[in-house]
Design a protein around this ligand. Sequence first.
Ligand SMILES: Nc1ncnc2c1ncn2[C@@H]1O[C@H](COP(=O)(O)OP(=O)(O)OP(=O)(O)O)[C@@H](O)[C@H]1O
Ligand SMILES: [Mg+2]
Length: 774
Amino acid sequence: MVDSNRTYELPVLAVKNTVVFPYVIIPYITDLPQSIAAIDHALSREDKTLAIFAQRDPQSNNPGPHDLYSVGTSGVVRLFARSDSAVQVFLQGVERIEIAEIVSRDAFLMARVRSIAMIEEQGIETEAMEREILGMAKKYLALAQPNLNVNIPQVVPPGEDFRQIMYPLGQMLALPVERSQALLEASSLTAAMHLLEEHLHHEIQILEVRKTISEKAQSKISKNQREYILREQLEAIQKELGESNPAEIEFTQLQKKFEACKLPAALHDEVEKELHRLQQIPTMSPEYQVSRSHMELVLDLPWDAATEDNLDLHNARKVLDEDHFGLQDIKERIIEQLAVMKLNPSAKSPILCFVGPPGVGKTSLGQSIARSLGRKFERFSLGGMSDEAELRGHRRTYIGAMPGRIIQALRRTGVRNPLVMLDEIDKLGRDFRGDPAAALMEILDPAQNCTFRDNYLDLPFDLSRVFFIVTANTVDTIPKPLLDRMETLHLSGYGEEEKKQIAIQYLIPRQRSEAGLTAEQFHLPEDTLVGIIHRYTREAGVRELERMIGKLARKVAIRFAEEVTDPVTINQNDLAEMLGPERFFIEKLRQTLPPGVATGLAWTESGGDVLYVEAINLAHEKTITLTGHLGEVMKESAMAASSYLHSQSRLFHLEIPPGAVHIHVPAGAIPKDGPSAGLTMVAALASLYSGLPTRSDSAMTGEITLSGLVLPVGGIKEKVLAARRSAIHRIVLPAENRKDLQGLPDYVLTAMEFVFVNSIAEALAAVIPGLTEE
Ligand SMILES: Nc1ncnc2c1ncn2[C@@H]1O[C@H](COP(=O)(O)OP(=O)(O)OP(=O)(O)O)[C@@H](O)[C@H]1O
Ligand SMILES: [Mg+2]
């Protein structure tokens, strides 16, 4: 480039919004007649050159010399395209010029221009700046045009004019016109470089900030987008599978259940309202879970579903006999009930209470009744239950609230008429958490239970179709008002013969098959069975007996598992080896009784029992001593017995020694109470005072009065059976109790001798031989 301040004439092109730098080619399009004329003129020249000046005011379409910046660029024009009204050209900047004078102004400006020389410093500083600019340019390009692969050298190649790099960079920055113009006008190379550096720095900063902003936005968008896309896909998959989102699925399921659920008309609207309310609750809120579980319970409950009762009496008889031996009274009562239900389907289900010692088949009878009726069976124990909420549920406001046991049972069975067995009602507790008896009262009262309200469910549910059977070992501890609402059926204990039959018909086959044995492999003859009943069990029911048989069966099963053996028959002699030593040998010690000991009979929750009253004289004591965990009533009986004998000593020829007696009733750990031991106490004392033993084959029971009468007592059946179990076959009973023997099996009655007495004197005569009455 030649920088002699020469002048020459050129047509002037005023450009808007841009500055054309030397060494730069830019496309340019215009439709202004003045500009087109100037271009045409330039094109007609041999050197195709014109003077390019930026105009100060871009609005002006016909700018005069004063509207132009004073410094411009001479440039070569090349035509690219032309239409009727516009031309498109390329302009290539050549050198810096300024206008010296305007030559003409016709269709366009013609000016004499002068080229402007530039001071070109040299040295380390310039070189350093050059490199700095090159580095920045590289950075700028990387930011502005990351896809454009422009190769910018690190140093200015030898022989190259730095302006050839600097001006295109200035052009590329597309700065506002004033700034570009300032760069163009810079008089020295260093001044120009400073300006360019400033611009580059500014632009780079802007680009960097823009980049981080856009990156942030990008990452936000991409995360959202990812989730969005995944959701869309999930939805598409679910749609494909015919599903929708979990909450919706749940809701539709509930909705379906609601439609299928035959709610009582009165509750329909209430439940529907709650269902719609549920839809409004956000699924994340804890309230949603509570409300949903409640809704599920409501819709799961068998409001209408019921099993059809099998009221075929023959079938019922057959089923009941299949499962249980004997128990005729109870079976008859069940058949009666079926007959009633057959004739009057709307009759309320009765509430039965089976009372009896353990292991007599109360629970299993309930199961059997359910089977014969074809009803679903549910059972749970009330034993130890002391929290009312267990039966009636917790209010839903409590964390972890649950419906009560009754509602749970109904939900499980899925029908509104199951047979529900409530075991051990006599062991019901009661404490600060409330009285479950109160809740039971409502559940078991046919007049109230058609609108039973569980706290959790909080809607009335009709329990009147439920067949309730309650079991207890004793009625004594059942709250009276509860007892009133039920029909009690007593199951007494079994005698030896019945136990034998139960074992042969039910227990042995069951235990045998449980052990995996066949009838041939395992044989338990009758006499062995009797041996087990007598010497290894002492119970009213048959639970222990069944356990013993099970034990034998398993021992035999081991033999078969270990080696091939011949069928096993278990003899009496094998019992000691297989079951261990005899459990009950106490009777042997009591085969003869010393004076002062008498045999009594007691009734307990686990059936009857034989009990012994022992008395000795303590010469130095003044007051009577009673031990053996005796209750108040029993203690009073002892006093009465003692007083009676003192008053009647002459009658019985008794020499009552000075001092006082100590009366003890063994099995001291077991609490005993009741008036029925009175007779036994008198006999023990009379025996002590007379020195004559009582008959060891006889047992007695009866309440006494001071005037010498013997009054009737309860639990006769159990007591007789207990006596029989202990190999006692003579029983002294109050005459009034004769009627109570009716329910006992004949074989017991014939094997036993009963002595009925009205007075103490008669009783003593019967049990103490030799004690003669005057
Ligand atoms: N008469 C009977 N015929 C056949 N099996 C019987 C008979 N009585 C009881 N059983 C059997 O004895 C076992 C114990 O009976 P169950 O469990 O019904 O006693 P329970 O009266 O409910 O006692 P608990 O008061 O201790 O609950 C059961 O396996 C039952 O089948
Ligand atoms: Mg039971």
